[in-house]
Write a protein that binds this ligand. Structure first.
Ligand SMILES: [Zn+2]
Length: 303
């Protein structure tokens, strides 16, 4: 009898233990599931936030760097469609996607009594090449320079084909009848400049080579040179007081050599995958490496 009683007690204890264990493990499982669900929810929230921010960014295609470290591909002319946006003694074109924004700006300025005057807009890479080559040749023929000297001297004044924003169809040199000299920065004292400085960002344009930033941009202060980057980024950059290179750096989009790693030009990705060794050195010019070392610090005058 005693033996049976003990057996019953032990059985009861075992059952109780089994119950406690099952409950504990079950609860544990539930807890884990709950945690997983929460994590998933948080990730989903993050993604939708990002999407929302993305929706606020207009004309993302227009946000890319064009400078000595980030040249356009030599076939860029064939990649864009341009539209005539201004006519004076000649016609001026820009990328057709940016054209409506410029036209709105032109009309808004006119309403405020400001007659803007375009003095340069889209320049083909072919034209830039001819311009560059002529400039080199002129120095050889008329100033007694060697090819290397003439090349280096030209490089300090004329942007290489593909290194000018004008080649991208996104830049305009805008002045007014009041003042059309590019020999100095006197344009900044005009009513037209004051209007542009206050309103250009409202139409997606930024002052690309601001005062005091020539060490960073490599280009002298140009109160007339405006670049389309879309409404969102134009506003961001205007508020930040940074030039485009600084803005890229602040966002973490630049490597140590000043080459963009994010927000690249629309040509970058497919070309890199298919052919990593795409050369942007134009014909009839020697590779940059063999050139004298001065142009990096020098600022360009005609861009
Ligand atoms: Zn310009």
């Amino acid at each position: 009898m005693r033996g049976i009683k003990y057996l019953l007690i032990i059985s009861a204890l075992l059952l109780a233990l089994a119950f406690v264990l099952t409950t504990f493990v079950f609860k544990g499982d539930n807890k884990e599931e709950a945690v997983t669900e929460n994590t998933t929810e948080i990730i989903v929230l993050d993604e939708s936030e990002e999407e929302k921010e993305d929706e606020n960014i207009d004309n993302k295609w227009a946000m890319f760097l064009v400078n000595k470290s980030n040249p356009l591909p030599m076939d860029y002319d064939s990649r864009i469609e341009t539209k005539m946006v201004f006519e004076s003694w000649r016609e001026y074109f820009i990328d057709s996607r940016a054209a409506p924004y410029f036209e709105d700006m032109l009309n808004a300025a006119k309403k405020d009594g400001i007659d803007l005057l375009v003095v340069s807009a889209y320049r083909t890479i072919e034209y830039q090449q001819q311009n560059f080559d002529n400039s080199v040749q002129d120095r050889i023929d008329n100033r007694g320079m060697t090819y290397d000297e003439a090349y280096a001297d030209t490089l300090a004044e004329v942007a290489l084909p593909g290194e000018s924003e004008h080649n991208a169809g996104l830049a305009l040199d805008i002045m007014s009848e009041e003042y059309t000299s590019m020999d100095d920065d006197g344009f900044e004292n005009t009513e037209a400049f004051k209007w542009l400085d206050a309103h250009a960002h409202e139409y997606g344009f930024i002052l690309r080579y601001p005062k005091g930033k020539q060490e960073i941009t490599g280009i002298i202060y140009e109160p007339w040179h405006y670049r389309f980057v879309g409404l969102y980024y134009a506003n961001e950059i205007k508020q930040s007081g940074l030039c485009l290179e600084e803005y890229y750096e602040e966002q973490g989009w630049l490597d140590a050599n000043g080459k963009a790693t994010e927000m690249l030009g629309p040509w970058e990705e497919p070309e890199e995958k298919e052919e990593p060794e795409v050369t942007t050195v134009p014909e009839n010019t020697e590779p940059k490496e063999t050139m004298p070392t001065q142009p990096e610090q020098k600022v360009s005058i005609i861009v």
